[in-house]
Design a protein around this ligand. Structure first.
Ligand code: B12
Ligand code: SF4
Length: 480
């Protein structure tokens, strides 16, 4: 039996308001517990991590890395290594695509891609003192020498997995108090948007590996029955799948079983051109409360050539009409700051969004993650900043070289309001985005978002205790 401490990003405000947890550790913990191991988690900040290490005394520290956040984990790991003896392993999207992180000081092993089989197999060998240099998916450093192994096939049937182990988060009061929980029914996405990790994953697939896998409806329902039993406060579910409703037959079965057995209102994501009336009707029957849609850009060249979204404006408007005809609440998510973006192209995004009349519009700054197609495109086409770092948020500064960058950054904060009140756009475009008032615009964006979340797109109202905890966390605890 090994003691494994997962380190993953934990934001207590997000735990309470959105039940936001990291699925990798939760799911891996469930699998590892089946193999008789003990698991814990930490990740609020270094102080919490250090305290947990001292108390839990892990044999293994297992980091789930996102690009950008990995830098902090490397630092934490070096500091921990000075005081404690443990095996430091790293998994998650960052090391999957940047496995050369194995060369960093203090990194003992990295797991590329799926960990469900790779992690227990590796730990079993480590525990027994067997050769650990030849386990598939792993890059390993032993006595300074690096061993690089091939990928293994993906698990074909996700139903063989136990449900994610939510209990590792129970030590956080904010999680126990949360009225929203997150769920994942699938892995992968068949599309190839240039800024997303899926096209990178597709390149790593072996013959016979599917691009998209979904658990059976019954398997998901069993998990949700447990969730209802263990967390009776839950009033809202967020399906974290890239696209929940890719398979209409699955949705039909879900719409028959979910309302009877679970009946909790839910949120999910969809692509506009995949919106079909029958599927939406089934989702509504199941309990759809609110839906998130990536519009991304109103400029055809940026949307289809640069971002590879492959959908026309007409398709977007048709999909949105289906939602509006049924009075479904929906958010549109847009990206500002892609290669070739100018104020004019961003205005096209605003115009198309206004035509769609969403319940809410959220806008993010383009962040090209290392090894993605958009990252390579940015370099090849002169948009790359040599001092570009991977930012930890989509709401800071535009990392690419764009002539209108400062104005676009200001616009990102104000565009949501300008979608709601289009008559504000002339003053935003001609005056406000030219002023150096970004911190003020940031506050305006956050207030607007808070308002919409409170009054429009959550099925319950945040109560006084929750508000007090959220404010306390934001001031004293949360890093985000
Ligand atoms: C849900 C989600 C969120 C949620 C929850 C975040 C969280 N902390 O989990 C929210 C909305 C908050 C979010 C925020 C962000 N996200 Co996000 N998010 C996702 C999403 C859709 C699902 C993640 C997930 O749970 N996957 C399912 C689990 C099972 O997969 P997994 O984590 O990869 O774990 C598997 C393997 O990687 C491996 N593994 C994982 N950890 C470990 C550890 C060890 C030791 C081992 C051996 C193996 C292992 O085994 C697991 C099982 O196979 C992914 C896309 C995706 N489908 O993965 C993007 C994704 C992870 N997010 C991404 C990004 C960029 C972000 C943000 C940085 C965006 C931003 N700038 O604000 C923030 C960062 C927040 C943070 N620091 O946590 C990127 C990461 C890209 C990259 N190169 O790192 C992804 C890949 C999407 C994309 N753009 O391509 N995100
Ligand atoms: S549709 Fe969404 S999840 Fe799928 S590749 Fe595009 S951005 Fe990624």
């Amino acid at each position: 039996m090994s003691r494994i401490l997962f380190i993953a990003h934990i934001d207590r405000t997000m735990l309470l308001s959105g039940g936001f947890v990291t699925f990798g550790p939760m799911w891996l913990s469930a699998v590892l517990k089946q193999h008789g191991h003990e698991c814990d988690i930490a990740g609020i900040d270094y102080k919490e991590v250090e305290k947990t290490v001292a108390e839990f005394k892990p044999d293994i520290i297992a980091y789930t890395t996102f690009s950008g956040g990995h830098v902090e984990y490397l630092d934490w790991n070096r500091r921990l290594k000075q005081k404690h003896k443990f095996f430091a392993m790293f998994g998650g999207p960052h090391v999957t695509f940047s496995p050369e992180m194995i060369e960093e000081d203090g990194v003992d092993g990295i797991c590329r891609g799926e960990g469900f089989e790779a992690m227990p197999e590796f730990i079993d060998k480590l525990e027994k003192g067997d050769d650990i240099t030849n386990v598939k998916n792993w890059w390993i450093k032993v006595d300074g020498k690096i061993y690089k192994n091939d990928q293994r096939p993906l698990i074909k049937d996700l139903d063989i997995l136990p449900p994610p182990d939510r209990s590792i988060y129970n030590k956080y009061k904010d999680y126990r108090l949360a009225r929203t929980a997150t769920v994942m029914t699938s892995q992968g996405c068949p599309f190839n948007c240039t800024y997303c990790h899926n096209h990178q994953l597709h390149k790593m697939l072996l013959k016979g590996d599917p691009r998209f896998r979904q658990r059976s409806v019954d398997h998901v329902i069993e998990e949700l029955k447990e969730l209802k039993r263990d967390y009776p406060k839950i009033e809202y579910l967020i399906f974290r799948d890239e696209i929940l409703s890719i398979n209409p037959r699955w949705v039909k079965e879900f719409s028959e079983k979910y309302p009877k057995e679970i009946g909790i209102p839910f949120y999910c994501l969809m692509r506009p051109e995949t919106i079909k009336a029958e599927v939406i009707d089934d989702l509504i029957k199941a309990g759809l409360f609110y839906i998130g849609i990536g519009l991304e850009s109103g400029n055809d060249f940026i949307r289809n050539e640069v971002l590879n979204r492959k959908m026309t404006k007409e398709q977007i408007l048709q999909g949105i009409k289906i939602l509006r005809d049924r009075k479904v609440l929906f958010s549109l998510y847009n990206i500002i700051g892609a290669p070739h973006e100018t104020l004019e192209t961003a205005m096209e995004t605003w115009e198309l969004t206004v035509k769609c009349k969403p319940t809410f519009c959220d806008v993010f700054l383009m962040t090209p993650y290392p090894k993605t197609a958009i990252y390579d495109y940015s370099i090849a086409n002169g948009f790359y900043n040599t001092d570009m770092k991977t930012p930890g948020t989509y709401h800071g500064t535009i990392p690419l070289k764009l002539k209108d960058a400062p104005q676009l950054e200001n616009l990102m904060h104000l565009i949501g309001i300008a979608v709601e009140f289009p008559w504000l756009m002339p003053v935003i475009k001609n005056v406000l985005i030219k002023l150096p008032l970004q911190p003020v615009y940031n506050v305006i964006r956050k207030f607007w978002k808070g308002y919409v979340y409170r009054y429009r797109i959550y099925p319950y109202k945040v109560n006084a205790v929750e508000s007090a905890r959220i404010i306390y966390n934001q001031i004293f605890v949360s890093k985000a």
